[in-house]
Design a protein around this ligand. Sequence first.
Ligand code: FAD
Length: 494
Amino acid sequence: MELYDIVVIGGGINGAGIARDAAGRGLKVLLAEQNDFASATSSASTKLIHGGLRYLEYYEFRLVSESLAEREVMLRIAPHIIWPLEFVLPHEKHLRRAWMIRAGLFLYDHIGGRSSLPRSRSLSLSPQGHGAGLKPEFSRGFAYYDAWVDDARLVVLTLSSARAHGATVLGRTRCTGARREGDVWRVTLHEQASGKQSDVQARILVNAAGPWVKSLLERELRIASPGQVRLVKGSHIVVPRIHDKRHAYILQNSDRRVVFLLPYEREFTLIGTTDVQLAEQDLPATISPEEVAYLCAAASRYSARAITPDEVVWSYSGVRPLYDDGKTDPSAITRDYELLLDEQGPPLLSVFGGKITTYRKLAEHVMDKLARWIPAHRPWTHTEPLPGGDFGGRDYAAVLGEYRARYSGLDPHWLARLLRRHGTLSAKILDNAKTEAELGENFGGGLYERERAYLIEHEWARAADDVLWRRTKCGLHMSEAQRRRVAERMSGAR
Ligand SMILES: Cc1cc2nc3c(=O)[nH]c(=O)nc-3n(C[C@H](O)[C@H](O)[C@H](O)COP(=O)(O)OP(=O)(O)OC[C@H]3O[C@@H](n4cnc5c(N)ncnc54)[C@H](O)[C@@H]3O)c2cc1C
């Protein structure tokens, strides 16, 4: 039976980050994910690498300052899939006073240490500029910066890096049980496609099962959970874009929540999110008509054009696995994380909570917590770029310029989209292609056969959804018939 230093259960962002960090420290690592990687919460976020301006109202200073410092690191190590995004907050003095917002933004500018992003400012909103798409009565506001991330790609690239550092990464493989046997864990894994069951041994077991963190403990491991988890659903809708500028809006709602309107995939606006408490039997989560109505109403309060449910072209829901700190209001529960260690025999570490933004730091904290059982090693993930992110000191525009010059026979807009997915690994897909015809079958939506084959060979894609909605968002730009064609081609990929 194969013996690993660490077995990680869960291939969302937290499991991926832990596997990468541990593998890069020379540990023998296995990660098992029951479905596709990032198929749960980690592809259903608002896709922000952010400090979380609104968390300041809940005094989450530790989380905000760690997140803002992480924003700098993430912009540096993954410049292809993470980029700066300007947010405009239209002012409504009856909801929050201007001095309060200014004080919050001042703190936000400074609490994370040095930042490469522009500082916040107040500004007038005009229909041609920072008020584009809004009702004309919103004439004043504030602007600040955070960053955008392709969340599902962040998971896959983190796992690619883990694999490059020697980790064994298994998708569609469920952990169906684990028990302590002397100094090690015996972990049972069930491979979905073949139905094959096998056992491995682990010196350390890490539970990064996200919304299933407690049920993995109680059902598969038969261990009482040391912490409670609150499952809070958040949904997003996608509508035809409400403006053609690059900035996002952060809108104050009358229930004191905030709703984001984000430029999405060039032609769309992404609107989210909600906070709906769930029970475990409600997983996986789906959006309800009430949530669609809530998001449309929140956006329509500000948008010059009324946003209606019939405009929604796509929607998705995710479940926040929040560490239960006893707060009753779902918006108020901490977004910080807790790492709970069970030492009654070989160690078991469970991850409660966490953000996409802080996953790398969370993984470092996991390594610190496990320091007694693993050889001393320095943190390393803050300097090594994620696959495709090695821009060699150049910015995205400079790299894109080079690609456009080198591949002048290809559509420059498509090249930009490809580079946003794969960074410098795009060259592997393009492989000196001079013309569109050399890219193979055109599935529509910006997807060609060469990329599809690459995703199968290098990024564990097996099903149509893996390709259309997680490795890329090409599905959003395709007709139903085009998506069916991809599904047909993927049916042979298992
Ligand atoms: C609506 C919403 C918006 C958000 N917005 C942001 C944001 O803008 N920025 C930000 O930083 N964070 C955001 N978050 C938070 C962030 O998305 C989550 O904290 C993060 O994705 C959780 O990752 P995870 O790895 O813990 O869980 P998951 O991504 O859910 O991964 C857990 C994985 O474990 C697997 N698993 C479970 N049981 C087993 C088993 N027995 N065997 C094998 N595998 C198993 C599951 O299939 C799953 O893939 C948002 C969350 C939501 C819901």
